[in-house]
Design a protein around this ligand. Structure first.
Ligand SMILES: Cc1cc2nc3c(=O)[nH]c(=O)nc-3n(C[C@H](O)[C@H](O)[C@H](O)COP(=O)(O)OP(=O)(O)OC[C@H]3O[C@@H](n4cnc5c(N)ncnc54)[C@H](O)[C@@H]3O)c2cc1C
Length: 497
């Protein structure tokens, strides 16, 4: 783990090189407003160089060469570069390994320091530690800053000084600790000439997707606009309906949630701006919607601090005794789940929404995850991996937290014996079947009372509706009542060990 700031150490024999200014290393913070690292670099004095590494360590490991996230990054980088250029600077974009590229850039630019915003994921911490050491060897300081959360690491602890592992008291403590300073933006106001344009050898602009081995996706046709402008537009529209959030958020056919997760993931919005708005609005009459939404931002921070304090959750159950759950992991069941062909309409609608758009509504993430683990008896880590590969807003801490919640292996999770009934969930949260019809069009002809469990319709009615189970839509892959009993037995065995 890198210390927050690494000061250079210099051998007495070597002459002190003339170094000036700093390099801001952008990562999951693709904006040039309210940016802790950029503000700190400007404060230090110019010249301030800006860079982004299209990191081969990450890109080469992606499962496909068409990846909506890479296209989102591409669009966001272009906008950020243009915005920095308008202020006299610009972005040097390197396709390479950040571990080497950042120290090499620092050497080339002869900067005194590198500033970056903190990343809490174990692999990123390892990378940053390596970069900090390598910079230190050449006499360059590495400063990392809190930016992507309101509270980080040890800033919100229990009275006895230990990390929280239950959400509700964490939320209470988070709100109690909140002061105006935590929500104050980091001012990015460079004087003329402080931002430095990329050097001529680095001024090729943002490399094309093709040149880094990727192809364009359907991002534009999905209506996802990358960059600060995309985040701003989405937030502007959400602000107008935030008062309805509490009532609307659980119904996937309604325009309830903000859709801002991808922007939070890549930092094209500032969490301080979002939280400041939600907090102020939550204190006004009728502020229940804003208060509920602020709680969701707190969930995000809850899982970030879980990952920070308990990095073993990557690959392991938070509750270590539940690492012994012996899932049968039937590959046919896993494939049917991924393809949205389980025969349970709400689960299939969610999984098809994910495949088609790279996004899945939160209620459906919970239902689909529970179904995979507790109905199909497939290891939560396989589902977690699939989400990581396909979600445009994939975030290690929130995804891991969500999966461990659904699998009952997590810190503050669903009790192990509580198993969502996929039909009841469907009747409750997609009452008239509008969401199912949108994503499972072969069920469109069914009425609200027929769509949630179509296999229960008589053969004659199935014929009449043109939805014959086994021909037009799969029969249920498992019987929920039996699957539930199997899951309880599986969990019971693990807990008895
Ligand atoms: C199995 C599972 C996997 C998940 N994987 C991810 C993931 O990879 N990335 C991700 O950002 N969220 C994940 N979530 C949380 C949640 O589903 C998404 O954050 C939310 O659906 C994103 O949509 P939104 O921006 O419209 O949310 P909104 O309802 O508008 O919420 C605003 C923001 O609050 C945060 N948030 C909301 N709910 C949660 C939550 N339960 N946990 C943590 N943060 C939350 C997100 O940053 C979100 O953008 C997962 C949940 C589950 C159950």
């Amino acid at each position: 783990m890198p210390p927050p700031s690494v000061r250079p150490h210099r051998s007495p024999a070597s002459p002190a090189p003339r170094r000036a200014g700093s390099l801001v290393w952008f990562r999951r913070d693709l904006r040039d407003f309210d940016h802790a690292a950029l503000a700190a670099a400007i404060e230090d004095g110019g010249p301030v160089h800006c860079a982004f590494v299209l990191d081969r360590e990450i890109l080469d490991a992606l499962p496909a060469r068409e990846d909506r996230r890479v296209e989102f990054i591409d669009g966001s980088l272009r906008e950020l570069d243009a915005s920095l250029r308008a202020r006299g600077g610009g972005l040097a974009v390197v396709h390479g390994h950040a571990r080497d590229a950042i120290p090499a850039l620092a050497r080339e630019l002869r900067v005194a320091a590198v500033h970056a915003n903190r990343d809490y994921e174990p692999a990123a911490r390892d990378r940053d530690g390596a970069v900090a050491r390598s910079l230190g060897e050449q006499g360059v300081a590495f400063h990392d800053h809190k930016d992507r959360v309101i509270f980080e690491r040890d800033e919100v602890l229990t009275r006895s000084g230990t990390p929280f592992s239950v959400f509700t008291p964490y939320r209470r403590a988070w709100l109690a600790a909140l002061a105006p300073a935590h929500l104050a933006p980091h001012r990015v106001a460079p004087a003329a000439g402080v931002l430095a344009p990329p050097s001529s050898s680095r001024d090729a602009g943002v490399p094309t997707l093709e040149s880094i081995g990727f192809r364009r996706t359907d991002l534009a046709s999905l209506g996802v606009t990358p960059g600060m402008s995309g985040g701003r537009a989405l937030f502007a529209s959400f602000r107008r309906r935030i008062h309805r959030y509490r009532e609307a958020r659980d119904f996937p056919a309604r325009d309830g949630p903000s859709g801002l997760s991808v922007h939070l993931r890549f930092g094209t919005v500032s969490v301080r701006v979002l939280a400041a708005f939600a907090h102020a609005r939550s204190l006004e009459p009728g502020g229940e919607g804003a208060s509920a939404w602020l709680s969701e931002l707190v969930w995000r921070e809850f899982y970030a601090q879980i990952l920070w304090h308990h990095p073993h959750v990557v690959g392991h159950a938070f509750k270590r005794d539940l690492d012994t759950l012996a899932f049968p992991n039937d590959p046919a069941r896993f494939d049917a789940w991924r393809a949205g062909r389980t025969g349970y309409p709400l689960v299939d609608a969610g999984m098809r929404q994910l495949a088609r758009t790279g996004y899945m509504h939160n209620r459906l993430r919970m239902v689909a995850a529970s179904f995979l683990v507790k109905d199909l008896l497939v290891d939560w880590r396989m589902g977690e991996r699939h989400f990581a590969d396909t979600l445009i807003d994939f975030d290690l801490a929130s995804n891991n937290g969500g999966w461990q919640w659904a699998a009952s292996t997590g810190c503050d999770s669903q009790p192990w014996f509580r198993i969502f009934n996929p039909v009841t969930q469907s009747e409750r949260f997609d009452r008239d079947g509008a969401f199912i019809r949108r994503h499972v069009p072969e069920l469109s002809a069914l009425g609200p009372d027929e769509i949630h469990a179509p296999w229960t319709l008589s053969p004659a009615l199935q014929q009449a509706r043109g939805v014959v189970i086994g021909r037009d839509y799969p029969a249920p892959i498992v019987d929920h009542v039996r699957a539930r009993a199997d899951a309880l037995a599986l969990y019971g065995r693990a807990r008895g060990r």
